[in-house]
Ligand binder design. Sequence first.
Ligand code: BMA
Length: 823
Amino acid sequence: MAEDRIVSLHGKWQVSQVGGKVSLQGNVPGLVHHDLIEQGIVGDPFSRMNEADQQWVGDATWEYSRTFVLNSRQAARGAIILNCDSLDTLAEVFVNDHKVAATDNMFVRWRWSIKDFAREGENNIRIVFKPVNPVMKERGEAYHLDLKRRCFTPWGPAHRNLVRKSPCHGDWDWGPCFLTQGIPQDIYIECRDGGRLLYVNNLQEHNAGRVSVTLRAFIDMPRAAKVRLTFDLGGQVGSIEADLEAGETRLDHTLTVENPRLWWPNGYGPQSLYALRVELESEGENDVVDQEIGLRRIELVTEDDEAGQSFYFRVNGLAVFAKGANWIPTDSFETRVTDESLAWELESAAAAHHNMIRIWGGGLYESERFYRMCDRMGIMVWQECIFACGYYPVNPEFLDSVRLEVRHQVRRIAAHASLALWCGNNEIEQLFDRGRPDFDTLLVEYDQLFIQTIMPIVNAEAPQVTYWPSSASNGVREFGNPQDESRGDVHFWEVWHGGKPASRYLEVKPRFSSEFGFQSFSSPDLMDRYTLPEDRNVCSRVLDFHQRNARGSGQIFTHIPGHFKSPVGYENTVYISQALQALSLKVACEHWYRIKPHNMGNLIWQLNDIWPVTSWASLEYDGGWKILHYYEKRFYAPLLVSTVEHDGRLEVWGTSEVNGKLTGTLRVRVLDFDGRELFADERDASLSAMQSKVLASFDRTALCPAGHEEQRRFVAIDLDCGEYTSRNEHFFSVFKYLDLKKPCIRWDLKVSGDEVTMAIQSDTLAPFVWIRTGGIPGRWSDNGMHLRPAEEQTVVFYPRRETTPGELKPSIVMHDLYSAAQG
Ligand code: BMA
């Protein structure tokens, strides 16, 4: 019986503050801070400015203890191993008061033999967590180079790079500082005589009509023994026998899948997955691993071309435009993330046509369920090693620890169909400060860590996945300008951090845009839960506290006058900030999509939030969709119609990521704001597979004479290619100068089948109509859209929990551009 071999240590542990007053029954897996919140010992850490008063939690020493029982059979087994998937972070582990080990890396899976200390009957285990701050500081001061980095709070640790803990636990320019401690993942004791399957990976060779899958099992044997290993890949069965030595061994076995059903990213085909079961039998025991395997080839193609060097992902031979966003930890306390909330956020990405997510190097290697969801949803993963925005030490103990970490994480994640890239770090090459007198040494050490230590491990453990040294970068040991538009990936921040107008995006032609973004305020529906009425002004002390970027909310206000009239009141200010964010990213994303295949990726900074905050995210902390996320759904669609004005002409572009020819109709109409048609053009349109091109070009003056007319008319564009359609609007003037009238917006909720829909219509042009649903969580099929005059639109509501129209109706709040500027 397998369960006889595993003694789970999940459940209640005694958690006590060493030398302090707090003592409670805590949960494992869990974090001290999470328990303190749940038991009401501290208030909500995200509420108002509570973070400032809760730093004592991370600065204290905490002891976790409990007992466990081994029966006589378990105690007699050859191997008794304590397995901890993650200890956060500086832990000393004792079993029956014998010190088992001390740890300093939360990303390592620890496995220690406790055979010498454990006994039949009752045992005790104690894990003492020391605060990281003093150790970081001590190590930083002892190091021969100054590795201090900037912080965003007075309590953020400047020496965070010296201890292997999530960098953003110590604050970020979108996140609070909570130096968490505890046992956030699985912990158990294994009692066995036979072997254990530590990881199962696969290598694939794709040939016409078949894929050879080499299954690679990593086995831990307590002693030398004969083993039998059986593989069942979707009904294809194979097995091998071997005599293994004690310790870790790798066994490979190849199976062939004929007529494979391939795995495709979201939007390019099905996410076919094959069930894989691997069973290890030895010494009369067995161990089983179940996985879902996707058969696919994902390559990063960096080849010299006339513009420099390409940077794109080729999946099963097809060059795919990467569309998506950057992922940060989705709660300061990882144990609070539920399956439901994670699924909601990733489904939100998939629903907005994302096919790639970049797990940013300042956060966490994500959980198994995260990658499984990405496999199922077709979201390719750009995975970073967890190093960001700072220089790291390279003393032997640190490098040894990093080797353990990276080997474990690469083996753990390697089997996933969604895994597209391993990247060394976030923005360290970009940080290179060549003016520093010790820069040569820093560069040598950078190379030692990311090129000489990490790269060979990734290459050996995930030989079919490319290693890219840093984001942004020009490539391995190509220490040029990471913002080089001719090669590599680029983080284009001139609009937000550089204060340039959004039109600046149009002048830039990167090969792959892995970061760019613009902030907005989070909606009142979220922030009302974390603030008091007196805080509800975007410049209040509390809302400034929920803004961590040095540019601050002022940057939003700098850009508003370029596009919008000044909003009236708190809620309208939030609304306008979200419209501004959507507009800004629309310019970038449409342009960089249009210029494919020169540019082959748009990854917006950022998808999600770690707490309720003003940030670049398109999803709010509670998963609510900002206007930007609805825009992503439109401009990331497989078919996009968009416009460019230049040299007195208006070009209408069609951009397709559909792997087949499209034919249909392009309708271009100029309307006044009451819906009168002033110009109409209808023509056949066609796009070959994956093509982006000009579908029509008009003399601008034929559509709109210069002068006041620019404020009175707009272009309504509809591209209809049957299964694929796209609509867009073009304006001749900035929104603030449009002669808008007060719209009369009529809407009605209907139930059709099990869906709640809203029919919505405005008598006059109403740009950026935003439908909020107050406290009712969910999303619409579209929102923030421009209501064309007298044209009914129907949007579907997707509730996050069961909701009736009767409940929904009174919670609806509607915003429109005209009314936002009225007193
Ligand atoms: C980047 C990221 C983060 C940061 C973001 C916004 O470049 O890598 O470090 O949060 O910009 O400033």
